[in-house]
Design a protein around this ligand. Structure first.
Ligand code: MG
Length: 242
């Protein structure tokens, strides 16, 4: 038994809320399945600067999962003491998307495909729950995770009204799959996504793939924390078969 697992196994023994009969694993996408967060953070930083607004790359990680207008309004409230109007939101978000699309296509996160495969090998269904609304989303998933996800149960931007940190996206995932919250695990990298999964009543595994301190993710409601998808891939079967 590897030392990593010994460490987590010790933690697992105390996890009374870990699903005894897990049937569904809900994967966030950015920062979990794809190494896309550095591009998102840079795009936000550059787009805001174009409009005289300040959002550092580091802070962008704290807003991950929020809707575009939600993030923009927080910054205009802080800097200009007012909400952004619809047109302003549209222009800033369009600029952010333009910058993001200029970056190369994000790579699959190392360890992500191994994790998803291990979930399937345990007889558990993997689905994606993301705030992303990219039109190329399905193609991107199919070309990188061919045949692994139950795409008809996927939740993305068009499915939800509020988005993370509201539990809505994860509640919708449970509903689509017809699975109770006590039988589901959420895998998230972002504080607001962890909050959403926790508020939905699911067991949440945090994977800290970004620059935030572990404490921020644990304080958001994570039940377990790994430092990479590769590390999670080595432990996921033990978690599901516990
Ligand atoms: Mg994420």
């Amino acid at each position: 038994m590897c030392s990593e697992f010994s460490r987590y196994n010790k933690t697992l023994q105390n996890k009374v809320n870990l699903p005894a009969d897990c049937r569904l694993v809900m994967f966030d996408m950015d920062g979990v399945l794809f190494d896309s967060m550095p591009y998102h953070a840079k795009s936000w930083n550059h787009a805001m600067a174009d409009f005289g607004l300040e959002l550092s790359e580091a802070e962008a990680y704290l807003h991950e999962g929020r809707t575009g207008s939600g993030t923009i309004n927080i910054i205009t409230q802080r800097q200009l003491s007012r909400a952004a109007d619809e047109e302003e939101c549209h222009r800033i978000y369009a600029r952010k998307s333009k910058y993001f699309n200029e970056f190369p296509k994000p790579e699959r996160m190392p360890g992500a495909i191994e994790t998803v495969r291990a979930v399937k090998e345990c007889g558990v269904t993997p689905i994606i729950v993301t705030g992303s609304g990219q039109v190329s989303l399905l193609e991107r998933i199919e070309s990188n995770f061919s045949g692994l996800f139950r795409n008809e149960w996927m939740v993305c931007a068009k499915d939800v009204k509020y988005g993370k940190p509201n539990p809505e996206p994860y509640l919708m995932g449970l509903k689509k799959a017809g699975v109770d919250r006590s039988q589901a695990i959420v895998i998230e990298n972002a504080p607001l996504g962890i909050e959403a999964g926790h508020a939905a009543g699911c067991f949440v595994i945090a994977v800290n793939t970004g620059p935030l301190p572990d404490k921020v993710l644990m304080d958001s409601g994570a039940d377990l924390l790994f430092h990479s998808m590769a590390e999670l891939s080595e432990n996921i079967k033990n978690i599901l078969n516990r």
